[in-house]
Write a protein that binds this ligand. Structure first.
Ligand SMILES: NC(=O)c1ccc[n+]([C@@H]2O[C@H](COP(=O)([O-])OP(=O)(O)OC[C@H]3O[C@@H](n4cnc5c(N)ncnc54)[C@H](OP(=O)(O)O)[C@@H]3O)[C@@H](O)[C@H]2O)c1
Length: 432
């Protein structure tokens, strides 16, 4: 599901509904370099103008070598802050209508956004902020993959690209977009550089909320804020280029200036969000770790495997088992749930399907509830964090991860899936 082939990236460009629903990289999952490279290429490709692009504006303020990109309207819109009724609970939502480009640029006119790290989020957020006309620099370790990638995207060593300490020294808003494990391991060197007057920004509540494990304790005299895009940094970039914008959560951990929330909202828009929900660092990280281990990834893989296995044990062919488990779900039903909701699905299916689904849904809920309870507890008490930090800090991390990913790739269900996907009329027949 997360194996991005050039073909699927091409699809991402045209089918943005399926992009946001199914092609989003899991939050704390560090994807493989080859996939990252392929995604970069896709993002660049998506930046090419289409006939739908109406309000064109050339960009690339600070970079000399960055490709000039044209795009739809961004950081503009007609709606602003609003209180919305979410099924009986009122919540405040911030939209970019309140932050037109000139206001955004004026607000940050004395700031330098230092993006520390150039993975999925560093790439998307820095390019979006740069294209919004803000002063952005990137800080990564010299000689690493990110250093190379940043240059390919037009960041210039000594001008807009620096090693991490230098970028922090030059920046006023320090955006810590290193991997969560690296945020912890580099903190002893980074912390003394976050001096009074700077703002410390995260894209996840992880490091600060689990400070007993990560040892990331922000200095007392700086604002500490969060903008957590609800999707991959690649999606942050492609949705921005399409003039749409991802939804993100914002939160304030420490407000020294009295302006922390306003800054978080403005930065959320600056890095390419279309709208923002307010939360806390704790709620953001708990819900995020829980969701990706549950329905978004771990849970769905478990359900797929269990259903497929029973079909195979009962003599169904791999194609039939795959089609009835994954293909129909991803190609037909899940997009409808995304677009219209589950009630619509119940109305749209046959009376036979409806009766069965109505009867079995409560049984699945009952069977799953204890697993979800255990999962939430494991997130809350830090077990998931410790597991993630331990695993992702291993020297053999990349090889160990690859071994597990290869196992998934070799599962019969996903091997059958490759053949099924190859039969789709729009498929690249090479996959067969
Ligand atoms: N990915 C998502 O979907 C997503 C969504 C929302 C929020 N977030 C949050 O955004 C933050 C960044 O995540 P990400 O996925 O963009 O990044 P990532 O791929 O996890 O991290 C990549 C960056 O960390 C650097 N790095 C790793 N180990 C390092 C070390 N020991 N010293 C210095 N640099 C090191 C890498 O540099 P090198 O290339 O030099 O190794 C690279 O620039 C995290 O807090 C994450 O939870 C992620």
């Amino acid at each position: 599901m997360w194996n991005f082939s050039p073909r699927s990236e091409k699809k991402e460009r045209v089918d943005t509904t399926s992009l946001s629903l199914f092609n989003t990289i899991p939050y704390t999952m560090s994807f493989q370099r080859s996939s990252a490279r392929a995604l970069r290429a896709a993002t660049k490709a998506a930046a090419q103008p289409t006939s739908q692009h109406v309000a064109k504006r050339s960009i690339s303020m600070l970079s000399r070598t960055a490709p000039r990109v044209t795009m739809n309207t961004r950081a503009t819109g007609v709606r602003g802050i609003k209180t919305l009724d979410f099924a009986g609970t009122k919540e405040t939502v911030y939209e970019r209508g309140d932050w037109p480009l000139d206001k955004l640029q004026e607000y940050f006119k004395n700031d330098t956004l230092a993006m520390i790290g150039y993975g999925s989020q560093g790439h998307g957020q820095s390019l979006n902020a740069r294209d919004n006309g803000l002063k952005v620099i990137v800080g990564v370790r010299k000689g690493g993959e990110s250093w190379k990638q940043a240059q390919e995207d037009g960041w210039v060593p000594g001008e807009t690209l620096f090693d991490i300490p230098e970028a922090i020294n030059k920046g006023t808003i320090i955006m810590n977009l290193l991997s969560d494990a690296a945020q912890s391991s580099t903190w002893p060197e980074i912390a003394p550089l976050i001096t009074k007057g700077k703002t410390l920004y995260f894209a996840h509540g992880f490091s600060v909320v689990y400070k007993e494990d990560t040892k990331v304790v922000p200095p007392k005299d700086v604002d500490v804020i969060l903008v957590a895009p609800k999707g991959s940094g690649r999606t942050v970039r492609t949705l921005y280029l399409e003039g749409r914008g991802i939804n993100s959560s914002i939160a304030v951990y420490q407000d020294v200036t009295g302006k922390a929330k306003e800054k978080a909202v403005a930065l959320g828009i600056a890095v390419g969000s279309g709208y923002l929900y307010e939360t806390t660092f704790e709620k953001e990280v708990y819900s995020d770790l829980y969701g990706e281990r549950g329905v978004l990834m771990g849970g769905i893989q478990g359900m797929f495997l269990a259903q497929y296995e029973v079909l195979r044990k009962n003599g169904h062919t791999p194609s039939e088992a795959f089609n009835e488990t994954v293909e129909e779900a991803t190609q037909s039903l899940f997009p409808l749930i995304g677009k219209y909701g589950m009630d619509y699905m119940y109305n749209a299916c046959s009376t036979t399907a409806r009766r069965g689904a109505l009867d079995w849904a409560p049984k699945f809920k009952e069977a799953n509830l204890p697993v979800f309870e255990a999962l939430y507890k494991s997130v809350r008490d830090g077990s998931e964090t410790r597991r993630s930090l331990d695993f992702n800090s291993r020297k053999t991390y990349r090889q160990d991860l690859q071994k597990e990913l290869d196992e998934i790739d070799n599962q019969e269900i996903w091997r059958a899936g490759k053949t099924v996907r190859g039969l789709r009329p729009d498929a690249n027949k090479d996959e067969l």
